[in-house]
Design a protein around this ligand. Structure first.
Ligand code: AKG
Ligand code: FE2
Length: 250
C-alpha cells in the first residue's frame, strides 16, 4: 500500500520494470526515456503540420472542442509519426513499462497557449469515465513535452498522497475538475527534452504555468494499457513489437 505519491527519478539505464501495478496513484520522472533528437524531430513535424490553419467548418463538433482546449484535429492525430520515439529504444522501453505494452491510438497532442486551456485538478480516471464503455480502466499516462526547454513552458503539478477516486464536476470546457482540491502538498518536476512524467489514473494533477509565467507548450499524452484492459476494435501501438494492432477484448 502506498501512503504517498512516489517521486522517483529513474534513469533509462535501469532495466528494472517500473512498479506500475501496486497502486493507481503514483508519478515517476523518467529521465531520458526518449532520444532528444527524436523529440525535437517530432516538434519540427508538429510545426510543419500546424503551419497551415485548418478551416473550423470542416471539423466535427468533438474535434472543435478538442481544438478549443489546445488539442489537434483528427488528421494530425492520425499520423503514425507520433509513435516513432518508442521505436528507438524499443527493447529497454518495453521492459521498463511491461506489462503496459499498448498505447491508445490516436494520441492526444496538446498545444497549450491560453489560461483557459490550463487543465484544472483532476484524476484521469474521471475523463475515462466520461467516455463510458469506450474509456480505459487502470491506464497510465506518459506526459511528453516536445520542447527544447521544458522548464520554460507550462507543466504538470501533482498532489502528494494516496487517493481513491475523488468527486469531480465539469469546469468550463473541461470535462472534470476535482471538487475539493485543497491538497496539503504538491510537487512538480524539472524536465529536460526526452524526459517524461509517468502517472496513474488516480493521481491528482493539473496544468500550471512555468516559473517565468509562460504557458505556451506542445506535448504528447501517451496512454498505456495492459493487454487485458484493451477495448475491442480500438487501435493501439504495441511497444514490444513496434506495430499498430487492434484491441480484441470481448
Ligand atoms: O497537458 C496538460 O497540461 C494536461 C495533461 C493531462 O492532464 C494529462 O496528460 O493527463
Ligand atoms: Fe490528466
Amino acid at each position: 500500500m502506498h501512503s504517498y505519491v512516489e517521486q522517483k527519478e529513474i534513469k533509462i539505464t535501469s532495466l528494472i520494470p517500473l512498479d506500475l501495478r501496486s497502486s493507481r496513484c503514483f508519478v515517476y520522472h523518467v529521465k531520458g526515456l526518449f532520444s532528444k533528437h527524436d523529440i525535437l524531430n517530432l516538434r519540427s513535424h508538429f510545426n510543419k503540420l500546424t503551419a497551415i490553419k485548418k478551416e473550423e467548418a470542416s471539423l466535427s463538433e468533438r474535434e472543435k472542442l478538442i481544438v478549443k482546449l489546445g488539442g489537434m484535429d483528427n488528421k494530425i492525430r492520425m499520423d503514425e509519426m507520433w509513435y516513432q520515439p518508442w521505436k528507438t529504444y524499443q527493447e529497454r522501453i518495453s521492459q521498463l513499462f511491461y506489462p503496459y505494452s499498448f498505447i491508445a491510438f490516436p494520441t492526444m497532442i496538446r498545444h497549450v497557449t491560453t489560461e483557459e486551456q490550463l487543465v484544472p485538478w483532476h484524476q484521469d480516471i474521471s475523463y475515462q469515465n466520461l467516455l463510458g464503455a469506450r474509456g480505459h480502466q487502470g491506464a497510465i499516462t506518459c506526459f511528453t513535452p516536445l520542447e527544447e526547454e521544458p522548464n520554460e513552458c507550462s507543466t504538470l503539478e501533482f498532489a502528494s498522497g494516496d487517493f481513491s477516486e475523488l468527486p469531480h464536476l465539469p469546469y468550463g470546457d473541461h470535462g472534470a475538475k476535482i471538487i475539493n482540491c485543497n491538497f496539503v502538498s504538491t510537487q512538480s518536476f524539472s524536465l529536460s527534452t526526452g524526459d517524461v512524467l509517468v502517472f496513474g489514473d488516480m493521481t491528482p494533477h493539473r496544468t500550471i504555468p512555468a516559473k517565468n509565467g509562460c504557458i505556451d507548450r506542445v506535448s504528447l499524452e501517451y496512454r498505456l494499457s495492459m493487454k487485458e484492459d484493451m477495448l475491442i476494435d480500438k487501435d493501439y501501438f504495441n511497444i514490444e513489437k513496434g506495430l499498430f494492432v487492434k484491441g480484441n477484448k470481448q
